[in-house]
Design a protein around this ligand. Structure first.
Ligand code: ZN
Length: 410
């Protein structure tokens, strides 16, 4: 599902003041502007092609390829299931690292091994994941099953014995590949509500060997979850990033809340008022996604910006390094705004100190240097359309039911 934000950006009546903390400023585009040449956009500040933002601290690494259908859905496989939470939702000090699968409001539903492998680890705890089981698969990925009510079979017996030995309820055990092999579809545990859980559900994760949390839905193949509901926009914001920057005439952040519902058939929202911006600014967005048949709000997981149809910014929360990277949620969202206003805005630019690799941007990391104004001699050099695309977690392509649109005028 997509949400479009159309912006009519006008050219400055004089040159842009050199940017800001994020931009590495070059005079060449300005020189070209004087020559009447067309640089890329605010737009003009970014190259056409996007390159992943990769830093030495968190190398992206190879993206694992998992055949469609490799993983079995661990709760009621083959039947309609519902999610209480999706991958990447913004939580206090972390991204939600997997799926929260509803269990009909009860505990003790059978939990199925998602693929062949072996039980590599389990932990019994009153906190966090509660009772949690890890199954490591031949492809190097590990599936994690959290908040369980009971372990089953040989692992449960092993745990009980070790608990008596250690005289401790809370215990974490690691196993070798030949100790507790499991087959795809084997019932390995019963679902529960243990640890930091607010209601019965299964927390299900996929991790790679480096403990990155990977979105289980990214490889497709699950008919159990359906998503044909367009995301909702709650608010968007424009923030001054450079000391020279102004939004609506002030240095700070202006938050805009659409008061009218989106137009039907993908027409999206219309923001009729003029917004003024000057200098280096960034965009932020607040919204949520819903899946079919449930009313709870899931997070936005994929957001893009396009300027004049060209890619400018993209993030997809499909791969979060655990546990260090996940804390950078506080750089990804506007922490101050959440703390002070209770509003959860996600930055659509890569801020200082954020070295997560889930972003794809140009070298300016999606901060824009632009200026709006009444006098627009250079207007033709500047973008006339900017689109923010909020994509559903399960991408349903060009289906208009998955499309929302916001039009802005500057
Ligand atoms: Zn969870």
């Amino acid at each position: 599902m997509f949400l479009y934000l159309l912006i009519d950006l006008r050219m400055p009546d004089k040159l842009i003041v050199p940017p800001r903390r994020l931009l590495s400023f070059s005079f060449l585009p300005l020189f070209l502007l004087f020559l009447g040449l067309q640089p890329a956009s605010c737009g003009g500040q970014e190259p056409d092609s996007l390159a992943p933002v990769v830093t030495p601290e968190t190398p992206a690494g190879p993206r694992p390829t998992v055949p469609n259908g490799y993983f079995l859905f661990p709760i009621k496989p083959g039947k309609t299931n519902f999610l209480a939470a999706s991958m990447g939702e913004l939580r206090p000090n972390h991204f939600h690292g997997g799926l929260d699968i509803k269990t009909d409001g009860r505990v003790d539903l059978p939990v199925y091994a998602a693929a062949d492998g072996y039980i590599s680890r389990l932990k019994q705890s009153s906190f966090g994941y509660g009772n949690v089981l890890y199954i490591t698969h031949p492809n190097g990925l590990t599936t994690v099953y959290g908040h369980l009510n009971h372990f089953l079979g040989a692992t449960a017996a092993e745990l009980l014995q070790r608990q008596y030995e250690k005289q401790s309820y809370e215990l974490e055990l690691f196993f070798k590949p030949d100790q507790f092999p499991v087959k795809r579809g084997e019932v390995v545990a019963l679902s529960g509500n243990t640890g930091g859980s607010a209601g019965p559900h299964l927390h299900w994760e996929v991790r790679n060997a480096q403990d990155h949390q990977l979105n289980p839905l990214q490889w497709g193949g699950f008919t159990e979850i359906q998503d044909h509901v367009a995301p909702m926009l709650q608010a968007f914001a424009v923030e001054a990033l450079g000391i020279e920057a102004r939004v609506q005439g002030v240095f700070g952040k202006s938050v805009f809340v659409p008061k009218t519902p989106p137009l039907p058939n993908g027409g999206g929202y219309v923001w009729a008022d003029t917004i003024s911006a000057f200098g280096s600014v960034g965009l932020l967005v607040q919204g949520f996604d819903r899946f079919d048949g449930v009313w709870n709000k899931n997070g936005l997981q994929r957001v893009e910006i396009r300027i004049n149809g060209q890619p400018f910014y993209r993030h997809v929360v499909d791969d979060v390094p655990f546990p260090d990277g996940t804390r950078q949620v506080n750089q990804h969202m506007d922490y101050e705004w959440r703390f002070l206003q209770g509003r959860q805005l996600e930055k659509l630019f890569v801020d200082d100190g954020n070295d997560l690799t889930m972003y794809t941007t140009g070298p300016r990391k999606a901060a824009c240097a632009w200026r709006t104004g009444k006098y627009t001699p250079w207007k033709s050099c500047w973008p006339t359309r900017m689109a923010i695309l909020l994509r559903c977690v399960l991408c349903c392509g060009a289906n208009s039911r998955c499309t929302t649109r916001l039009a802005l005028r500057w």
